[in-house]
Design a protein around this ligand. Structure first.
Ligand SMILES: Nc1ncnc2c1ncn2[C@@H]1O[C@H](COP(=O)(O)OP(=O)(O)OP(=O)(O)O)[C@@H](O)[C@H]1O
Ligand SMILES: [Mg+2]
Length: 340
């Protein structure tokens, strides 16, 4: 059964459980949590040592008895018990006030487009354990489109590409419904992985994934043709620096991005021609954390021949869009195909 706007309006809290980050929006308050979906556990005692930013900083720096885990993968809660413990730490304190005011708290959560019933059940089970009386699930693509300010309820096409950490989702919407959509298993993680592999194979340099982010900035600059990268030599294990061509890096990240382009083409092919004509003016809206990759809009625009715009605060679009629906700031729409 699709969820209705009325059902969403009865919720107090909006949650987006992402592979990279967990975000929580409280009705009439705003975004209260935006932290990495990471937990650090002592494997000897089973104790939870840290969550969020602190746990992420521990990644790759822990002794044997401490394990850093990510209980959410590709929009699916893969370790329900750990996700519940992480969420209790991350959001328990922030929700205490909302709970006191409304003990029969309802939570709304974003769920990937076309998510499996098992994925939906895992999200509901995780959030119910936090004390929610009811959990409503809303399609991430609709939430993100609303969060970007797209006029989704109008009888004209809007296209959104949500580039997350594990996946990218593409959709064309009209009259509040998804006309055509596609999920591609390519996101920020695959882009970082491609750069790490390139440095290892071509320069014999080992680089941890978090160290790739500064290289993204260089990709956005046209003046810089070369950049220095510090890492560890594959053979000797000693610290070493290499100078890398930015053009090479652009070529390396363009391989995973081809998947996103194919997804866009597939969605357009399935759309009625009138809607595709609308899109040639309006273009593509980019959301999700990976939309912050410098030059992504230009690259997609060049490859598709349509304008591409990066949303304002693209990383939090989905949870803010869901929050706007909770607050009744959205005109009635069908919200199909949302699950409940
Ligand atoms: N400034 C930036 N430049 C490039 N990439 C970035 C930037 N900020 C975040 N990212 C990338 O965005 C990704 C996280 O995006 P987002 O927060 O939308 O993911 P998520 O919602 O947790 O994941 P998913 O939707 O796949 O479950 C990470 O892979 C990260 O590397
Ligand atoms: Mg996401």
């Amino acid at each position: 059964m699709p969820v209705s706007l009325d059902q969403l309006r009865r919720c107090t809290v909006a949650v987006d459980l992402g592979a990279a980050r967990t975000r929580v929006y409280v009705k009439d308050t705003g975004l209260v949590v935006d932290e990495p979906s990471v937990a650090a556990v002592n494997t000897r005692s089973g104790a939870l040592l840290a969550v969020g930013e602190l746990a992420e900083r521990m990644t790759g720096r822990t002794p044997d008895h401490i394990r850093v885990v990510r209980p959410i993968s590709g929009g699916t809660v893969v370790d329900i018990d750990m996700a519940q413990r992480m969420l209790r730490q991350l959001i328990g304190g922030k929700l205490r006030k909302a709970w006191r005011r409304r003990p029969t708290l309802r939570i709304a959560a974003c769920t990937p487009h076309d998510s499996e019933p098992l994925t939906q059940r895992a999200a509901v089970e995780t959030l119910t354990a936090l004390g929610a009386r009811r959990v409503e699930l809303a399609d991430t693509l609709v939430c993100a489109a609303v969060g970007c300010g797209l006029p989704v309820e109008q009888p004209e096409a809007t296209m959104i590409v949500v580039c997350g950490a594990a996946t990218s989702q593409v959709a064309v919407l009209s009259l509040g419904s998804i006309v055509s959509a596609e999920t591609i298993p390519v996101g920020g993680n695959s882009i970082d992985h491609a750069v790490v592999e390139h440095l290892r194979n071509e320069h014999e340099l080992m680089l941890p994934s978090p160290a790739v982010r500064p290289l993204h900035l260089v990709l956005g600059s046209v003046e810089e043709t070369q950049t220095e990268v510090h890492g560890r030599d594959v053979t000797t294990g000693l610290a070493r620096s290499v100078v890398v061509d930015t053009e090479d890096l652009r070529r390396v990240i363009s391989t995973p991005l081809t998947g996103v382009l194919d997804g866009i083409r597939t969605v357009l092919r399935r759309c009625p021609p009138d809607l595709v004509a609308d899109l040639s003016d309006r273009g593509i809206m980019l959301a999700g954390g990976s939309a912050l990759l410098p030059g992504l809009d230009t690259m997609l625009s060049r490859a598709t021949g349509m304008p591409a715009h990066t949303a304002e605060r693209p990383d939090t679009c989905a949870v803010r869009g869901l929050g706007a629906m909770l607050e009744g700031k959205v005109r009635p729409l069908h919200l199909d195909p949302l699950a409940s």
